[in-house]
Design a protein around this ligand. Sequence first.
Ligand code: GUN
Ligand code: ZN
Length: 433
Amino acid sequence: MTAARILRGRTLGFRDDPRLDGAVVTEADGAVAIGTDGRILWSGPFADLPESFLGGSVEHFPGKIIMPGFIDAHVHFPQHRMIAAPAKDLLEWLNRFAFEEEAQYSSEAFAAAAAERFLDKLISHGTTSALAFSSVHKGAADCLFKAAQGRGMCLTTGKTLMDRNAPDAVLDTAEDGARDSADLIGKWHGVDRLRYAITVRFAVTSTEAQLQAAGALYGDNPDCLMHSHISESAGEIEFVKQQFPWSRDYTDVYDRFGLLGGNTVLAHGIHLSERECQVLHDASAIVVHCPTSNNFLGSGLFDIDHLRAPERPVHVGLATDVAGGTSYSMLQTLGEAYKVAMLKGRKLTALDGFYLATLGNARGLGLDGEIGTLEAGAWADIVVLDPQATDVLAARDELSENLEDTLFALMMLGDDRAVRKVYIRGEMVHEKD
Ligand code: GUN
Ligand code: ZN
C-alpha cells in the first residue's frame, strides 16, 4: 500500500507500561507513514523509512512531538456547557446543575448541535477518542453516535440509566431504560468505530430492578462496555449504604447485579477499600482517575499506588470527567494527577502519565492495537504537540535536557494551546492557527 501521508518529527509511543524496561518507543527524528485506509503503515526512524512509502506527502514538524491522540476514558457529553459550576459536593452539584442541564437533551435538535460542539472541544484539545456518558434520553445518545460517525471517530457511549433520586425530566424506568439500551446496541455497537456502553449513572440513581436489568443486558452483550461511577464522595457512599443496606460496600452493589467484568469501567474509585480493590482486580474491571473533577468537587485524593498494588493491581485509567472536571485537556488532567499523587506521597512520572493518557487508556477500554499507539496496523489517530507553544513553555523548554523533561513541562503547563495538529484516521481534523 502507498502512504497517503508521512509525518516527520520526534515520535513517541509505548509498547507497554513505562515502569517496565523497553516500553517507551521514541525517535528524535522519526516518521509515521499513514495508509490511504487511515491506518498506520509504519513508524520508526525517518532515516529507515522504506522507500516504497516515500511517495506520500511529508509533513515535517521539527521540535514537535508526534504521538497517539489522547483518549479520555470518562467524560459527560450533556454537561459540556456547565463546566465550572461550583457546589459544596458531588450530590449538591448534581442536584443544582447537572440534572437540570441534562434535561435539555430531551430535544434532539438541541442534542445534535451540542454533540458537534462537544466533539469539537475534544478534538481541539488533542483527544481523538473517548468513553462518554450521554443523557438519559435515547435520542441524545443517537445524536452523539451520529456526530462521531460523521467524523470517523472511535467513540463509546450509551444512554444513561437512572430511574430514581433525580427530577422526572431525567428519569427512565427499568423496563424503558433496558429496551432503549438494547435498541441502541442493535443500531450502533460495532458500527464503524463506535461501541456501546451500558451506562448506569451510579448506584444512587438506580433501583434494584434497574440494576438487575442492566446486569442482564451486560450478560447478554459481554462485548459492550459497562460504564458507571463508584466511590467518589463521602455523601454518595453514605447514600449507597442506606439504599442497599444488605451490601458489604459500594462495589458489592455492582457485583451483586452482575455489573462487574472485564469491560467494566468505573470512574473515580477514590475511597475503595482493600476488599473492593481485590474484587475489582478479580473481575478485571478498570477504575478511572479523574483528578480535576475530584479536586473541583472536593471529592478526595485518589491513591494510584493503592489501586495498582502489585499483589492485586486494578487497571487505572485517566479522564477529564468534564463537567465535574474543569478542563478538556488531558495535559491539564495529567498535571492535576501529578499534584494529587504528590499530596498522597506518590510519584507520577511524565512517561507514566503520557502512557496512561494513550496506551493505558486504550488497554483499559479494550482498544489495544487499535488506538493509543503508533505501531503499524493501528488507526492513525495522532496528535502533534508543541513544547514551545506559549511563552512560559518556551522559556521552560530552554532548560529541558531530555524528552522526560519536555513531557513533564507539557503535562504541568500545557493545554489546548500546545496542540498543533490533530489527525483522525489519518485525516487532519484540527490545526492551531
Ligand atoms: N456521579 C453520578 N453522576 C455523576 C456525574 O455526572 N459526574 C460525576 N463527577 N459524578 C457522578
Ligand atoms: Zn463522571
